[in-house]
Design a protein around this ligand. Structure first.
Ligand SMILES: CC(=O)[C@@H](O)[C@H](O)COP(=O)(O)O
Ligand SMILES: NCC(=O)COP(=O)(O)O
Length: 247
């Protein structure tokens, strides 16, 4: 069964736009849990454009023991102001999973994964520390890369396939090549002993096709499209729609 982890970044975007406390990210998490999601994802960034450190801490309190908690971020960015850095946050809240994503602050969103050959050396000590904290470690990677043995040997348990190019190809009506690249990447990761997550721009429209092409898909983390769809359908209904697609 593929776990649905709902990314709540966009709840925080809406809240921060007025500077108050509504919409409440913890109430949104509660709604998603009651609808049956298996996890919650947040991606706190050094510029705090959406999820803030206090959100990360508050969510830890309501998720623990109920659903998986996935915190994403660039482990080499920060600290900045009261953003303590991804590893420091992981030390504090010890989430189920930490997904390492090589984003720079100037990016409007995540748009690439790690270069395993280039990055594995500097990732090694961070992966070791996160494993010692009891966190599962996932690396955000582009479809089509190789060298998964390098990730496995430093203790990485999962990869997350960046599905932005697939979503774009699906929207253009020509998903076959991008889908085949994702499927081949997943196969090679499995051969290296890694489990496979996926995320970015997945939606109710494109998720079923993706899921059918990736045997053994462990988790999808979905936020932007899901929260947008929830504005029309309601958050609980939208989560249930995604769960139906993943059955
Ligand atoms: C890693 C990834 O693709 C997303 O999880 C990321 O969290 C999107 O970040 P924004 O919500 O800031 O666009
Ligand atoms: N890791 C992907 C994620 O958490 C959500 O990405 P998106 O659905 O907001 O594009």
């Amino acid at each position: 069964m593929t776990l649905l982890s709902v990314n709540l970044n966009k709840i925080a975007v809406l809240r921060n736009s007025r500077g108050g406390r509504e919409p409440d990210i913890c109430r949104a998490a509660q709604t998603c849990i009651e609808a049956g999601c298996g996890g919650i994802t947040v991606h706190p960034r050094p510029d705090q454009r959406h999820v803030r450190p206090d959100d990360v801490r508050a969510l830890a309190g309501i998720l623990r023991g109920r659903v998986e908690y996935n915190i994403e971020g660039n482990p080499f960015a920060g600290p900045r102001g009261d953003y303590p850095g991804l590893i420091a946050l992981a030390r504090e809240v010890r989430p189920t999973q930490v997904t390492l994503v090589p984003d720079d602050d100037g990016q409007i969103t995540s748009d690439h994964g790690f270069d395993l050959k280039r990055d594995v050396g500097r990732l090694r000590p961070l992966v070791r520390e996160l494993c010692e904290l009891g966190c599962r470690v996932s690396l955000f990677i582009d479809a089509g890369i190789h060298d998964f043995d390098l990730a496995a040997v430093i203790g990485v348990q999962r990869i997350e396939i960046y599905t932005g190019p697939y979503a774009e190809a699906f929207a253009d009506g020509r998903p076959a090549a991008a889908l085949a690249s994702c499927a081949d990447t997943a196969r090679r990761a499995h051969q290296a002993g890694l489990a496979v997550n996926a995320g970015h721009d997945l939606s109710q429209a494109n998720l079923g096709t993706f899921k059918a092409a990736i045997p053994g898909l462990a988790e999808v983390s979905i936020g932007h499209a899901l929260i947008g769809e929830a504005l029309y359908e309601g958050l609980g209904t939208t989560v249930r729609n995604y769960l139906q697609i993943l059955r």
